[in-house]
Write a new protein. Sequence first.
Length: 308
Amino acid sequence: MQRRHLIHTTVAALSLLALPAWAQPAAPDLSPEQAGRPRSGKVEEAIRQLNPQFKFAKEGALVVGTTTGRLPFGAYATDNKTPVGNAPDIAQLVADSLGRRLELVSVAWADWPLGLQSGKFDVVISNVTVTEERKEKFDFSTYRNDTLGFYVAKNSKVQAIKEPKDVAGLKVIVGASTNQEQVLLRWNEQNIKAGLKPVEVQYYDDDVVLYLALASGRADTYFAPNGIAAYNARDGKTRLVGLFSGGWPQSAEIAVTSRKGSGIADAITTALNAQIGNGNYAKALERWSLQSEAITTSRTNPPGLPRK
C-alpha cells in the first residue's frame, strides 16, 4: 500500500453542542427519561443459557460500553450525560431480557476492546461490525445489517459511486480503524494495481471540520455507516451517491460484542431473537429511522469481514 498517498488530519474534538443545527422533520426524543424507549420482560430461555461462570461487572446489572458521539447510534441526551440512541435502546432490551438493570458506560471507539477484555463492561453495543479478525478475541450476537454509504456535498460533481474504480483519484474521508476504512484501502490497493490514480484518504476527529471539508471541496466524499451519514444528510447539505455492505464484497452485520468464550453470547442472541419476535426490536429501529437495516434473525458469530 502506498501510504504516502494517504493524509491524516487530526483535529481536537469539540462539544456536540458545536455541531451545526440539523433540519429534523421528526425530531428524535433526546430527553433523559426516554419515555418512548421499548421495554421488555425477562426472557427465561436467555437467562437459562447464561454460563454460570460468567462474572458480571456489577451485581444485578448489565454494564454496556457504548460510544456517545453520533446519532442515530448514540449521543448524549439534553442533560449532556445520559446516552440515547439506537445502541442504548438495544442495550435496554438485552438487559430487560436478562432480568438485569441497564448501566451504560460511555467509551471512545478506540478504547472499547481493552475495556471489554478487562471486564470493565459485560458487553459492548456500539455499531461494531463482525469481522474475522475481531472474532479471534470476541464473540458476537448480531442485531443489524451493516450498510455503508458514500455522501457528497449537494453541489458535488460526483453523481454515483458503484464500484472500486469510481473512487480512484478522489479525496475520501473515512473513520480510522473501521471496517469501512478496510474496504476503502482494499479498493485503493486494487485500483493502484490496475494503474488507476490512488485515493487520498482523509481522517477527521471532529464532525464540524469533516463537513466543512466536504462543503469546501477539500474532500470529495465521506464513506461512513449509512445510518450516521443519512441522519446528517437531513439538512440537505449532503446527498447519497453509493451504498455498499459493510463486509464488501460479502454482507456484514452489526453485533453485540462480548469477550471470547465468556458464555454470554448465546444468551444475548436468544434475547435478541425474542425481541425480534415480539416487535420490540422493530420499534427500537423505527425510533431512529434504521428500519431499512433490520435483520430477521440474530446469529452468534456469523461469517464476518474477511481478514486483510
